[in-house]
Design a binder for this molecule. Structure first.
Ligand code: G6P
Length: 594
């Protein structure tokens, strides 16, 4: 959350920075700003999105600069609170992602020393501390500053006196992009893909000096070797590719994501893997930890593991893990995070590691913080996910969980064979749903006029009901709640009626008959009902007001097909309501604060 960008080279920095910032906007978009260095530092910023900043800006000269897209933590979105922030002289500019915990104390001290503050942000202490320590060398001043601040940060600083960018990282992501007589810094890879695919991932404690033709990195005062990585993601991966929104593009990429993730890991002839982080003692149970949509993938994972591996699985929200019992010695632990940077998930992983546990992480971003903490990483092959609402990463996470469960599965060989056969069919079945988008769009047009919706599911599709509700609320702003169908009568029934539609996931597994009863109960309370039902299900057609048909598949894989249908439902509902689908208000893709 919050996006940082920086450029130094031979070209005019302004348009490059703005272009990169537009690509980084999914990290936060309540304000944006740039600082350019020429004979002096020029700062332009406001509580506006990047496209509006572009329109408002005059042409500013400068071949070095920094930029920022903000997700407010300290102080409302406003012109003064937007980054970059400057020192008293206006000669030092800083952008920051993270939280400075001791900023109040530092602000008081600096104020007593005569520094004038204009914003409510924690960040503003950084340029003032740099100013205080500056004796002609920006990196030395930044290093002295880092000794005084506590918290998490990716920081980039410039001064008109020196032709360089100086950056530091602790617990917030930052990369260096390497070009030809130009270099970049960014919070994330997609921001700079237009210019380069050669990157260096900074580690915690790194302080780097970036010139147009030279990069040097120190950690704890010692020069560290630069390890260059070639990024396989392409510019096209991070563009809309003809789709109106990233969310729609990413939904449509799912057959490929399934194929890529399966192809990477699962030899369909022998779907067995060796997870070093789980080896040693026989597994007695599993603990899965995650946030947001990844948490819903973890909940589906619980059912997958319990059905295929036949051991109990427990799922905890990462932010709640510290309040719960530590896992046992023979518990296999899996953290799930698309970005690999979610603060709550990272903290939960550190806590588990601190207690001597081994942790596997299911992650979509190479060299993320999560994969550095984990003992083992399962990279999913979702490619860059730009829309704030997670879609293809959820499906890819499920693929990793199927792989893990199949590797430890205790089902008999004929069941294993049939599961593998079904897995082969999954991309085609997901494609069938995508081809059926018009039916779903019609349901969306019907749904769009309501303000409260319940999603119900049972068994392995209960978490899919939670995810369906999350998708709908985040992109369409309709209040939506996911419920186990059995729980609906324990409270939410009081809200049912003609203005409260219910979306029921009616997969034909061992939950089906009870779900039919639940659907009848809902209809008896006059709620409009949309059912997700397998094709050729005549019974549901008679009960439901509208039906979204999904292809028949082994129930253990039905969360994939059902989730894709509900993603499309959320997308088209949001579109009907004219919402900013890829960047919903107040949200951010990567939440790097607790
Ligand atoms: C944010 C995003 C969600 C995501 C959650 C967890 O809230 O908006 O889409 O599911 O973070 O992110 P992670 O990167 O850990 O999966």
């Amino acid at each position: 959350m919050c996006g940082i960008i920086g450029y130094i080279g031979e070209r005019q920095a302004q348009s490059i920075l703005l272009n990169c910032m537009a690509r980084l906007e999914y990290r936060g978009y309540d304000s944006s700003g740039i600082a350019l260095s020429s004979t002096n530092i020029e700062v332009y910023k406001d509580a506006v999105r990047v496209n509006e900043l572009v329109k408002a800006l005059p042409k500013i000269d400068g071949i070095a600069g920094i930029g920022h897209t903000r997700w407010a933590t300290h102080g409302e979105p406003s012109q003064v609170n937007a980054h970059p922030h400057c020192d008293c002289t206006g000669n030092i500019a800083v952008v920051h992602n993270g939280v400075i915990h001791n900023y109040q104390k530092l602000k008081e001290q600096l104020s007593q020393e005569g520094h004038k503050f204009v914003s409510e942000t924690d960040t503003e202490v950084i340029p003032h501390l740099i100013e205080k320590h500056y004796q002609g060398n920006l990196e030395e001043a930044l290093e002295a500053t880092l000794h005084e601040i506590e918290g998490s940060y990716a920081i980039a600083a410039i001064t008109a006196n020196e032709p360089k960018l100086v950056v530091a990282r602790k617990d917030s992501p930052l990369i260096i992009g390497l070009g030809d007589r130009e270099n970049f810094i960014a919070s994330d890879v997609p921001a700079i893909l237009d210019y380069t695919n050669r990157v260096i991932y900074l580690e915690d404690g790194d302080v780097a000096v970036i010139r147009k033709d030279e990069v040097s990195i120190k950690n704890d005062g010692t020069e560290v070797a630069k390890k260059e990585h070639q990024i396989s993601w392409t510019v096209e991966d991070a563009q809309k590719g003809g789709y109106e929104h990233f969310m729609l593009k990413e939904i449509h990429e799912q057959p490929k994501v399934i194929r890529d993730t399966l192809g990477e890991y699962i030899s369909l002839a022998e779907p067995i893997a060796n997870f070093s982080a789980l080896s040693g003692q026989p597994l007695e149970d599993m603990l899965l930890v995650a946030c947001g949509t990844s948490y819903h993938a973890a909940l589906v994972g619980k059912y997958i593991i319990e059905e295929l591996v036949r051991i109990p699985a427990r799922v905890e929200l990462a932010s709640e893990l510290s309040y719960t019992q530590q896992p046992l010695a023979r518990t296999g632990i899996v953290a799930i995070t698309q970005s690999g940077e979610t603060a709550d998930t990272l903290n939960a992983m550190r806590r588990l590691k601190g207690a001597g546990k081994k942790v596997i992480v299911i992650n979509n971003v190479v060299s993320s913080s999560a994969s550095r903490i984990a003992d083992q990483t399962i990279y999913v092959r979702a490619g860059p996910e730009i829309s704030v609402a997670a879609t293809k990463s959820f499906t890819a996470q499920l693929m990793a969980l199927y792989w893990l469960a199949l590797s430890y599965s205790k089902v008999d060989i004929s069941r294993l064979d049939s599961l593998v056969m079904e897995l082969r069919q999954l991309p085609r079945k997901v494609q069938q749903i995508l081809d059926n988008a018009e039916e779903i769009a019609e349901c969306a047009r019907y749904l769009a006029k309501y303000e409260n919706v319940f999603f119900i599911g049972r068994g392995i599709n209960f978490p899919v009901a939670l995810e369906g509700a999350l998708k709908l609320k985040e992109v369409s702003y309709i209040h939506a709640e996911g419920y186990s169908a059995g729980e609906l009568k324990h409270g939410p029934f009081a809200l049912l009626g003609i203005n409260t539609p219910v979306i029921a996931i009616a997969t034909q597994d061992n939950t089906y008959q009870t779900m039919l009863t639940n659907i009848k109960e809902v209809k008896a309370r006059k709620s409009p009902l949309i059912a997700l039902a397998e094709e050729e299900n005549g019974v549901i057609g008679e009960l439901a007001d509208l039906v979204i048909s999904v292809p028949k598949i082994d129930a253990v894989f039905s969360p994939v097909t059902n989730a894709v249908a509900l993603q499309l439902l959320a997308y088209y509902t949001a579109k009907q309501r004219g919402c900013p689908i890829d960047t919903p208000k107040n949200l951010a893709k990567s939440v790097t604060v607790e």
